[in-house]
Ligand binder design. Structure first.
Ligand code: ZN
Length: 276
């Protein structure tokens, strides 16, 4: 049982994966099933004392791998860009209180302006908050999103773009989150994972599967093994860089959220062992 997949020692689950559960229920059940990590979405903290919630999660033996999410920097309106910076500073404070060392950035995009302009604003936004992140000891992980989200969720759509941005920003507090759902199609993926590893910028690895057909662009992600993503192959590339972090199960699925979450969690564990 020394295999880190079989013994679940690298299994992290995002709170949004079992969205119907409050974070207290999720933490208890993830731990009972043997997971060792949790990534916390900010909505899971609503109405709670953040520090106490972090302690509650750790009391179950779970490491808080990251806070999801910051970002959404671009906007044609400079006032709204300033609001976004303030919100990212708040996210850094929340991450610090929660007791995690990483924030995942969904970088944003504004469909009323060119993608290049949105990318410039993302770079400027991240550069602005680096001092805050450094002071709090929080790393910022740029997550490239599938190009189907280029209009309004992220103008960073390939690992090459994320790598270039981390190289330009050149800070130990900025790296990349690799999510197989967003990047599996990219013919340059292996090379860009190698490049990311050489930059020591590979901070996080997210897994789920791409169902075919996919019926909803946002909330129809599959369990590992249910779709067409070569997850094991990609994990092999990620681990070949020396990455030793968690495999984070991040599934948004309206269909699964409508099912019994305890059964869904059992199915996650089985799918993780067999197809990650
Ligand atoms: Zn992700």
């Amino acid at each position: 049982m020394s295999d880190p997949i079989t013994n679940l020692s690298k299994l992290c689950i995002h709170t949004i994966t079992t969205k119907p559960w409050p974070i207290e229920t999720a933490a208890a059940n993830f731990a009972v099933k043997g997971a060792k990590g949790m990534t916390v979405w900010r909505d899971a903290l609503n109405g709670r004392n953040i520090k106490a919630t972090g302690e509650m999660v750790r009391s179950h033996g779970l490491e808080i791998v990251s806070l999801c999410r910051g970002g959404f920097f671009p906007n044609a309106d400079p006032v709204k860009r300033k609001i976004a910076i303030d919100d990212n500073r708040r996210a850094i404070e929340e991450a610090h209180e929660l007791g995690t060392k990483m924030i995942v950035l969904v970088c944003g995009s504004d469909p009323t302006q060119p993608l290049e302009t949105s990318r410039d604003q993302i770079q400027e936004g991240i550069a602005t908050i680096i001092p805050d992140a450094a002071a709090a000891g929080i790393q910022l992980a740029i997550e490239p999103l599938h190009p189907m989200y280029a209009d309004n969720r992220s103008a960073i759509n390939t690992l090459a773009q994320a790598n270039t941005m981390t190289e330009v920003l050149n800070s130990p507090w900025v790296g990349v989150a690799i999510d197989v759902y967003h990047l599996w199609w990219d013919p340059d993926l292996e090379q860009e994972i190698i490049r990311c590893g050489k930059n020591k910028a590979l901070l996080a690895f997210h897994v789920c599967d791409w169902k075919s057909p996919t019926t909803d662009f946002l909330n129809d992600r599959g369990l590992m093994g249910e779709g067409c993503i070569p997850i094991k192959k990609i994990r092999g590339w990620v681990e070949a860089t020396g990455f030793n972090g968690f495999n984070e199960v991040e599934i948004f699925s309206t269909a699964y959220w409508q099912t019994d979450q305890s059964i869904f969690l059992d199915n996650i564990i089985t799918a993780y062992k067999n197809f990650t």
